[in-house]
Structures are given as C-alpha cells and as structure tokens.
Design a protein around this ligand. Structure first.
Ligand SMILES: NC(=O)c1ccc[n+]([C@@H]2O[C@H](COP(=O)([O-])OP(=O)(O)OC[C@H]3O[C@@H](n4cnc5c(N)ncnc54)[C@H](OP(=O)(O)O)[C@@H]3O)[C@@H](O)[C@H]2O)c1
Length: 331
C-alpha cells in the first residue's frame, strides 16, 4: 500500500502570514489554543466575540486583542471560525457572511458545516480546514512544551490559488506541522471524525467500560476492584500501544492476557459488531445522523439532556468519583 505524505514544519513558510491578520471567532476550547499559539508564533491575531460574551475578560487577561465579530472580520485576512458546529450555520448567516471580502480565507477546525451544506461561503472566499487530532487544551499544552499534536488539512475553495500554502503556514503557527499533518478533504475529515467519535472515542469505548463494570457489579465483585480493572487500567494499556502498536503491546503483557484478550476479544467484536459499525458509518455517509442531530439542536437538545441525566446515574460515576478522590484527590 502506498502511504500519503506527512507535512512537517519544513513544508510550511510562516512568512506568508507575516503581513496578515487572523481573526479567531470564539474563545472556547479550540479558539483559545489557536489564538495563543498564533500570538506566540508572532502572528497578528484578534479575537472576535459576540456582545456580552462571558469569555471577553478571559481573552483579555490572556493578552488577546478582543473586538466584535464584525470588526474582526473586517480587519482580517484569515477568519478562523471556531464556535460550536451546531451554532455555525445561524451565526454565519446572521453576522459573518455579509462582511466577507474577496480573497479572504475562511478556516474551519472541522468540516461538518461545509460538508453537509449548512454553511455556504461565497465563491470569492477561500475555504480551508486545519483540524487538530485532539482537544484545544492539548494543542496549547503541547505547543508550550515546544511540541504539537498531529492533524489533517483540506482545501475546499481556492480562488486565490495559494490556499494550501497559507493553510500549512497557519498549521505551522499553531504547532500542527511540528508533529505532522495529512491532507484530506472536508468530506473525508467530517465522516471519519464522526465515525471515530461514535464507534470508539465517545461511543464504543465508554459504553464497553460501563457495561464491563456493570457485569462485575451484578456478580457482586468489589466495586473498587472492578473500577480499577474496567476503568483505571485502560490508560496504562492505551499508553503502551499508542506509540508502538498492538504487536508491541502483545510483547509487554503476559501470555495469559494476550491469549485471553485475542480469543475473547474476537468473540465480542465479531461480524455482528462490524455490521453495526457499518450501519453507523452509513448513517453518517447518507446524512441520516446529520438530519437527526440538526433536529435535536433545533428542538433544544431534549434527548441529549435526558441522556445526560441517565448517564449521570450510571453506577460507574459513583465509584469513579469515590476512587478518583481517594486515590488522587480529584474533586
Ligand atoms: N473541542 C475539541 O476538542 C475539538 C477538536 C477538534 C476540532 N474541533 C472543532 O473546533 C470548532 C470549535 O469547537 P469548540 O469545541 O472549540 O467550541 P466551543 O469551545 O464550544 O466554543 C465556544 C465559543 O464559541 C462561541 N459561540 C458559541 N455560539 C456562538 C454563536 N452563535 N455565535 C458566536 N459565537 C458563538 C462562544 O461564545 P461566547 O464567548 O459568547 O460564549 C465561545 O467563545 C468546531 O468546529 C469543532 O468541531 C473541536
């Protein structure tokens, strides 16, 4: 198989951004990391916030120049739209689209709204994506350590003809090319990102942890012992295979763990699990999940709110709070 190139610092030129101003809209998880990393890379950046934003004071005390969204767009060359995906369509139509000028770059950290057609920028604007493979807090932390996190990038509209170069320069300024980036499309980034969340990161793995704990609890095992096995030890195992792969994991665990893991893992995750994974992916690809999520946000998140209440009652939460406080003093 031929693997794609990885873009590192030497494929990007920060000089491209030296005469530019970057507007970062929002001051949440991603936005704070982007703007602080840009500023530390000596790139001119402003934060655009809506009136009465509760984050204005925080941005100012972090040393950021804060202005209205309208002013931020007017004075900038690149506009990084870093607000929640479900807010983006309405925000774009109400107070972003009318201020966009020819040749500006509209940058996203997730392809969702462009891919599903809920944000439609004019054709005279460049539309680009720099998606870090991780949370903003991690992006900022790693940058400050002189490192970064990997990510993906994509160009969707390129009337200026240099969007890829500008995008790589932006990615360098926030620390993504220090580790490496992969080129993708808005479609691929959106669909794989949603699939990764649902199948593993915020879906499959947490659900498997909760179910495993529940099974041990029902058979009257000590809850603290069950928590250590089902919840706490996961990080140790992930840390082992994360940098060196599953073959290496097999070498450092006991033969019993390796044999039991592969044979019983195959029983659990088999063709029927794969069928479900394919069904999850199909709902993303066909837009079924998107329609459901848009309806849910329009209705004021009734299902999400009731699911959150239910999750808070999951037996793992109670033991988790107790153990984290007793072991690590976490509140
Ligand atoms: N979170 C992650 O780990 C992560 C990882 C990769 C990519 N991304 C992507 O990064 C983007 C931003 O996500 P996020 O999690 O960083 O968002 P977030 O933390 O929830 O964003 C909060 C910020 O958005 C502003 N905001 C909310 N609704 C707004 C509206 N209608 N108009 C204007 N501003 C509004 C808030 O304004 P106020 O200050 O006024 O409250 C606040 O400053 C998304 O596209 C997401 O998919 C996120």
């Amino acid at each position: 198989m031929k693997f794609p190139p990885i873009y590192k610092d030497d494929s990007a030129d920060l000089k491209l951004l030296k005469k530019m101003t970057i507007a970062v809209i929002g001051y949440g998880n991603q936005a704070r990391a982007h703007v602080l990393n840009l500023m530390d890379s000596n790139i001119q950046a402003v934060v655009g916030l809506r009136e009465n934003s509760p984050n204005k004071g925080k941005a100012e005390s972090d040393g950021c120049r804060v202005c209205s969204i309208e002013d931020a767009i007017k004075i900038s060359d690149i506009i990084a739209l870093l607000i929640p995906d479900q807010e983006m369509s309405a925000a774009f139509t109400s107070y972003i689209a009318q201020y966009l000028r020819k040749g500006q770059y509209l940058l996203f950290a997730h392809g969702y709204n462009i891919h599903y057609g809920t944000v439609n920028p004019p054709e005279y604007v460049n539309v680009i994506l720099a998606a870090p493979s991780g949370a903003g807090t991690e992006l900022r932390k790693k940058y400050k350590e002189g490192s970064g996190i990997p990510g993906v990038f994509a160009v969707n509209q390129d009337p200026s003809g240099n969007s890829k170069e500008v995008l790589l320069a932006y990615s360098k300024a926030i620390g993504l090319t220090r580790i490496g980036m992969v080129e993708t499309t808005f479609k691929e980034e959106t669909e794989t990102d949603l699939f990764g969340e649902q199948a593993l990161l915020t879906g499959g793995i947490p659900k498997l942890i909760q179910s495993s704990y529940k099974v041990l609890l029902e058979r009257k095992y000590n809850p603290a012992v069950a928590w250590l096995v089902c919840y706490y030890e996961l990080k140790t195992i992930v840390d082992v295979f994360h940098k060196k792969g599953f073959e290496y994991l097999g070498k450092v665990i006991s033969d019993t763990a390796e044999y039991g893991g592969i044979t019983r893992g195959n029983l659990l995750v088999n063709e029927s699990a794969e069928k479900e994974l394919k069904a999850i992916l199909s709902e993303i690809e066909t837009g079924k999940f998107h329609k459901e999520w848009m309806q849910e946000t329009q209705d004021g998140l009734p299902h999400l709110k009731s699911l959150r209440d239910k999750e808070a009652l999951d037996p793992l939460e109670e033991i988790g709070k107790y153990m984290l406080e007793e072991l690590f003093g976490e509140k």
